[in-house]
Write a protein that binds this ligand. Structure first.
Ligand SMILES: [Zn+2]
Length: 417
């Protein structure tokens, strides 16, 4: 399975200049190739092949006075830039033909010098890690890396990213073998909440962390300051960097926190069941759609990645629960209750329920039932994950949140709300 490992890197002034040149060249090559494809389409010519495009916009272009400077940077990132364009087209074609699930993908667009995030990819030919632990990039030099954790194996590629906060990261793709943890008995259902982050069927509660709220408050202050600065002024640029840094801080803190929570859940449970976010979204309606959704998607993705790696199972419950109506102990259904009702006693068996805990228990039961009823019986650990752990940039594969196969909403004994 492919995993990404990211590290902060600290290029020198000279290396930053070389990187800036390479970012620029990769962008120009990408845009030239895109323009060539658009022209071919307009003139009714067949879709240009990648190898021909490569000759045209890299090899031949280097010989022309307008593009001679392409020769001053490494060729590997330029070729990778063309691969990215191929991938963007492929995603578009697959989306049009229905092969790709999820949000429709548009045609590739031209890249701008003003894009906030710049990136470059080097394959095995373009980089290596030196004995002194520095990262050697072809035609850039030996870059200092902060190795916050060890790479588990030799990486197959590295992407250098410059974020809007002005920080550089190296993101390695590593092919690793799964390393199953010793089996445990416990299984857990998780109810994602708006007031608390999540409630677990074993009674555990994950609260929204206070430090995150603090970081978000600082971000708001920085944004307000930015909006007061005159456009084009030096002060505004300074304020913009401040906002970008605050954003980065919130994102980093959230990621660390999510890693901690998901690692613990996967360690302690053999199977984890979650509700499908799309189905849940329907229940809440458009107005209730919130920033929570993004955080939940990341939470689910991390759980799935870790389950695949450590031999655990993540099951998604693709149906909507009348969770406040259904007793998780005896299955009795005794009518809807308004949101303010946080607790109630079951009319049949008399047990006292907390609203969220009851929902988490319902999710656990439904997840376990789905697993037993799935074709071929209980799935073996880690295999239940339908998606491949592909080395794609984070946040770009919305399609993964779609219900899959025969586990569509409404299958199973519990009626749709
Ligand atoms: Zn009951």
């Amino acid at each position: 399975m492919h995993l990404r490992y990211s590290y902060r890197i600290y290029p020198t002034v000279g290396q930053r200049e070389a990187l800036a040149r390479t970012f620029g060249c990769a962008r120009v090559v990408y845009n030239d190739a895109l323009a060539a494809r658009k022209d071919a389409r307009k003139s009714g010519f067949p879709y240009p092949r990648s190898s021909d495009l490569q000759k045209q916009v890299i090899t031949a272009a280097k010989g022309t006075p307008e593009r001679a400077w392409l020769a001053s940077v490494g060729v590997d990132p330029l070729i990778q830039s063309l691969r990215d364009l191929d991938a963007a087209y492929q995603n578009f074609f697959d989306s049009v033909s229905g092969k790709r699930a999820g949000c429709p993908v548009g045609l590739p667009r031209f890249k701008s010098r003003k894009d906030n995030r710049q990136s470059l990819r080097f394959t095995r030919n373009g980089f290596r890690i030196r004995g002194n632990r520095k990262l050697n990039l072809a035609k850039i030099g030996d870059v200092r890396v902060k190795w916050s954790r060890n790479l588990p194996a030799d990486p197959s590629s590295v992407t250098i990213v410059l974020d809007p906060a002005g920080r550089y990261h190296a993101s390695f793709v590593v092919d690793v073998e799964p390393e199953p943890l010793p089996e445990v008995q416990a299984e857990v259902g998780i109810d994602l909440g708006l007031t608390t982050y999540a409630v677990l069927s074993d009674g555990g509660v994950i609260d929204n962390p206070r430090f995150l709220r603090k970081a978000e408050k600082r971000l708001k202050v920085a944004q307000r300051e930015l909006s007061r600065k005159a456009k084009g002024s030096k002060n505004r640029e300074r304020a913009r960097v401040k906002v970008a840094r605050a954003h980065a801080k919130v994102a980093d803190t959230r990621r660390d926190w999510l890693h901690k929570q998901t690692t613990r859940i996967i360690r302690e449970n053999q199977a984890v069941y979650l509700e499908d976010l799309n189905v849940r979204g329907l229940a809440r309606g458009r107005l209730a759609k919130s920033a929570h959704d993004a955080g939940w998607a990341a939470f689910r993705r991390l759980l799935e990645e870790k389950a695949a790696r450590y031999g655990r199972t993540v099951g998604i419950v693709h149906r909507m629960f009348p969770s406040s109506q259904l007793c998780s102990r005896c299955g009795h259904r005794d009518g809807p209750k308004p949101l303010v009702v946080r607790e109630w006693a079951c009319g049949a068996c008399g047990v006292l329920h907390g609203r969220d805990l009851n929902a988490a228990r319902n999710i656990l039961a439904a997840g376990q039932a789905d697993r037993l009823n799935a074709p071929g019986g209980p799935v073996s650990p880690g295999v239940a994950i339908p998606r491949r752990a592909r080395p794609v940039e984070r946040g770009t594969h919305l399609g993964d949140l779609r219900p899959t196969g025969n586990r569509a909403a409404g299958v199973g004994g519990i009626p749709i709300h």
